[in-house]
Design a protein around this ligand. Structure first.
Ligand code: NDP
Length: 290
């Protein structure tokens, strides 16, 4: 980033809380590398102030915003237009300034796809298990359906939520694209090897010894385990997959790529793989992730 002057453009993050975010590091590093006169800053927005915050940001000529917990769904009503993918998922994490207001996008889903592709993890024709049925699991389910997975099983503690996600995805991609099960029903999974995406909040720091399923028989079905959690860098889920001989990944690259895709949308540029890896090294240092 150049030094701040009269031509500096502003981007930012709206959420509650925002103080532990690494997004400013991602975007300000990218601004420096791509020689953009742009600064990215977190904005803490109190409950009940989302509409005011977005109107205010537009009035202040803010060029782009990321939206995080708890506003990813509520923000849809304040966008003048919502990208098809974000509308399907029902969550917006990026706003891009247009002449009439902000357009909403979801970069979590393509971020996860790019993160997996960068590790050569294949989704097309794969059998996939998704643990969880919250916002991240829903994005993952749409991503896997869009990328041509052979079959997707959503396992969740609350079966109604898993059924809802399955219905939403199946409405877009066809009956039986996604099937839902309770976590405790994993034995009903057809006998084959799966790519498993861990999309619950169980195992998140400081509860590092927790995982939604502990039984070895479950982990014996998994050839690759991808945990969306990145704090800790090795979750209990990842250790259990490894113990059964599977390959494991944490979710820091997903965080990297959702940021990069937002940055590309705001600046209408492509971030090179070298730049992405440079930012990733800085993220790992800052977050003490190996
Ligand atoms: P949500 O709150 O929307 O969903 C939480 C999920 O975890 C639900 O499926 C919930 O089940 C399940 N869960 C919570 N507690 C338990 C428990 N004790 N036992 C069993 N299941 C439980 O969260 P998100 O979908 O937004 O996020 C999920 C995870 O993904 C988080 O850890 C988050 O950090 C991570 N994430 C990572 C990203 C990245 O860039 N790497 C991006 C987004 C999220 P139930 O429905 O039964 O309540």
């Amino acid at each position: 980033m150049e030094s701040i002057n009269g031509k500096t453009k502003v981007c930012g993050l709206i959420g509650n809380p925002v103080e532990h975010t690494v997004s400013p590091m991602i975007h300000n590093t990218l601004a420096g590398m791509t020689e953009k006169n742009l600064v990215y800053t977190p904005f803490f927005v109190k409950e009940g102030y989302l509409c005011d915050a977005i109107k205010g940001a537009y009035a202040l000529d803010v060029v782009g915003l990321n939206i995080t917990v708890p506003y990813k769904s509520e923000v849809l009503q304040y966008a003048v237009e919502v990208d098809k993918l974000a509308a399907q998922i029902g969550a917006v994490n990026t706003l891009v300034r247009t002449v009439d207001g902000y357009k909403g996008y979801n970069t979590d889903m393509p971020g996860l796809y790019r993160a997996m592709s960068s590790e050569n993890i294949k989704i097309k024709n794969e059998s996939i298990i998704i643990l969880g049925a919250g916002g991240a699991a829903r994005a993952a389910a749409f991503m896997c359906a869009e990328a041509g997975a052979a079959c997707i099983y959503i396992l969740n503690r609350t079966i109604e939520k898993a059924k809802t996600v399955a219905k939403e995805v199946n409405n877009c991609y066809g009956e039986n694209t996604v099937r839902s099960l309770l976590l405790s029903e994993y034995e009903a999974l057809p006998n084959r090897k799966y790519l498993a995406i861990q999309a619950t909040s169980v195992g998140l720091f400081p509860h590092v010894n927790d995982a939604v399923i502990l039984d070895k028989e479950f982990y014996d079905k998994i050839h690759t385990g991808y945990d969306l959690i990145y704090r800790p860098a090795k979750t209990k889920f990842m250790s259990l997959v490894e113990r059964s001989g599977g390959k494991v990944y944490h979710g820091l690259k997903m965080l990297l790529y959702q940021g990069i895709i937002a940055y590309e949308l705001w600046n209408d540029i492509s971030v090179t793989q070298d730049m992405a890896l440079h930012v990733y090294e800085r993220m790992k240092e800052e977050m003490d992730v190996r």
